[in-house]
Design a protein. Structure first.
Length: 79
């Protein structure tokens, strides 16, 4: 499988992989929760993922997202 995610979709999935909610993802991407949901939905479709967890599993398994990106992105995330 070779899903072609846009840079925006890739970033949104990386943020989702770090546990960010749609509202947080939207804010970080310069939109809102509904725009984040739309971006993630497009990514899920391209990945043939059922949901957020499945999308994260797919990008990790296929190498579209490296575990180091998750570690790097999660630094400074509030708890």
């Amino acid at each position: 499988m070779t899903a072609r995610l846009t840079p925006l979709e890739h970033r949104a999935v990386a943020l989702a992989a770090n546990g960010y909610r749609n509202a947080e993802i939207g804010m970080l991407l310069g939109g809102g929760p509904y725009s984040a949901a739309a971006v993630l939905s497009r990514a899920y479709g391209k990945l043939a993922a059922r949901d957020r967890a499945h999308a994260v599993a797919i990008v990790l398994r296929t190498g579209l997202l490296d575990v180091d990106v998750i570690t790097r992105t999660s630094r400074g995330r509030r708890t």
